[in-house]
Design a protein around this ligand. Structure first.
Ligand SMILES: Nc1ncnc2c1ncn2[C@@H]1O[C@H](COP(=O)(O)OP(=O)(O)O)[C@@H](O)[C@H]1O
Ligand SMILES: [Mg+2]
Length: 453
């Protein structure tokens, strides 16, 4: 970081001179102050790093350090001292001093310390910048949809984000937005400036998952050559997203439950209890209640996670949102591909609304992306959704089970279901099956079904 501005605070002109000359050579801007008062005034004009004498005419270095940190908690301060007591050194470190330089100092050493400190500043700023960029897409508005279900979901996300630590369980099919909601909860909460850590429980074998989550001590197992902090520790103050929690093995479920209850855990092979403050957001596309009944998921963990359940609806259950979601993705890919697609034709819109979306919003996103890559005109037409049409028209609507099926039973079951859905209205039931009234009457008699429900 050349061009950096360094504030030198010392009442001795000679010391300021030697530091100034030594550091100017490295290409830094130098500003100076002879007293604590002047130092704070100068600092308000901006400085990337402060070299601060411990003994000042009007006050002492520690008080100035405290004030500087109030103005900018991230400022790096190197204390210049001749002799300090251990207590003073400890106090200075607690206040956030970056380093000490003992007087009389070697200017090359000071320059090296300054350069390392500025690198730290640069990295900190970069991390902050990256986090802000990462967070930008995850405001509440990122959850698109005007249906009552999505509106309720957004309100719930806002409430949960405002509650500091509560554990959340997200359920829903694949592609319904569980990742999106987890990130939105984190980035809309007071934890936003702290890490968001993400782990997919099904992606790792048990032992690895355990040490990824909880960390391990050196020698805890054969490959543990060094101590390692786990995700829970690294996420201190932030959020840990445990995706596909339904795949976690029972032994780890027990350890996770203990952590959720006590907010502390032990590293693998460790004896010390480590306390951390993180919010856990868990997600699954499985039915956990069924897994509990089957015995593959601990019921106590399920109840502990289920304090704040949020269910993300399948897209086919809020198909009225297909048009706004489509518009949202068109906008997104217009920017990404530098295109100017204005929307979809009426025919294409009804095709999209009528489709079943087994892959949910993720599938819609992919379908729009593909259509926009192929589109010739400035509107998306039915033919741009070619892949979708095949899925609708040419695929097999029902898959024959390996053991086969009784066509008679299937026909009977479908007629019964159609009548039930049509409230007993034969004309409507016939329409659901692509039959006319005579054809459905014939089947009602054949199967001995009563004509009215
Ligand atoms: N309501 C929504 N509004 C906008 N984008 C959504 C919505 N739901 C899902 N998405 C997008 O769909 C894709 C799949 O969502 P994701 O969160 O990964 O689903 P899941 O984790 O449930 O499988 C992502 O690109 C996500 O941003
Ligand atoms: Mg996901």
């Amino acid at each position: 970081m050349t061009n950096a501005t360094i504030l030198i605070v010392d009442d001795e002109e000679l010391i300021r001179w030697s530091l100034r000359e030594g550091l100017k050579e490295q290409g830094y801007e130098i500003v100076e102050a002879g007293t604590g008062r002047e130092a704070l005034d100068q600092f308000k004009h901006g400085a990337d790093l402060v070299l601060l004498d411990y003994r000042l005419p009007d006050t002492d270095g520690l008080s100035v350090l405290r004030e500087l940190k109030k103005l900018d908690p991230d400022v790096l301060v190197i204390l210049l001292t001749s002799l300090v007591s251990v207590e003073t050194a400890v106090e200075a470190m607690k206040l956030g001093a970056y380093h000490f330089a003992n007087k009389p100092f070697n200017i090359d050493e000071v320059a090296a310390t300054v350069s390392r400190a500025l690198e730290t500043t640069r990295l900190r700023r970069e991390v902050r910048q990256l986090r802000e960029n990462e967070a930008r897409p995850y405001t509440l508005r990122a959850i698109v949809g005007e249906s009552a279900t999505i509106e309720a979901l957004r309100q719930m996300v806002a409430k949960v984000a405002a509650s500091p630590a509560s554990t959340v369980l997200l359920t829903g099919e694949s592609g319904t937005g569980k990742d999106l909601v987890a990130k939105t909860i984190h980035y809309s909460s007071a934890r936003a400036a702290r890490p968001f850590m993400n782990i997919t429980c099904s992606a790792l074998p048990e032992q690895l998952l355990e040490s990824e989550l909880f960390g391990h001590e050196r020698g805890a197992f054969t490959d543990a050559r060094m101590q390692k902090r786990g995700l829970l520790e690294s996420a201190e103050g932030g959020t840990v997203f445990l995706d596909e929690i339904g795949e976690m093995v029972p032994a780890l479920q027990a350890k996770l439950l203990r952590f959720l209850e006590e907010k502390s855990f032990k590293r693998v092979g460790g004896a010390a209890d480590i306390k951390v403050d993180v919010r856990v957001v868990a997600a699954t596309n499985r039915n956990l209640e069924e897994q509990v009944a089957k015995g593959s998921f601990r019921s106590d963990l399920y109840y502990r996670l289920n304090v704040l359940p949020m269910h993300l609806p399948a897209l086919r259950d809020h198909a009225e949102d297909v048009p706004v979601l489509t518009a949202f993705f068109i906008d997104l890919f217009n920017r990404e591909f530098k295109k100017r697609i204005s929307g979809v034709s009426a025919a294409a819109e009804s095709l999209l609304k009528g489709y079943g979306w087994p892959g949910n919003v993720r599938e819609l996103r992919n379908v729009v992306e593909r259509a926009m890559l192929l589109a010739e005109g400035d509107r998306l037409e039915v033919q741009d959704f070619g892949a979708l049409k095949t899925a609708l028209g040419n695929g097999d609507p029902f898959e024959l089970p390996p053991s086969g099926v009784s066509l008679d039973d299937l026909e009977r079951s479908l007629v019964v279901q159609a009548l039930r859905r049509a409230g007993g209205n034969q004309t409507k039931a016939a329409a659901l099956l692509g039959l006319n009234r005579d054809q459905i009457r014939y089947r009602i008699e054949k199967f001995g079904l009563t004509a009215t429900p």
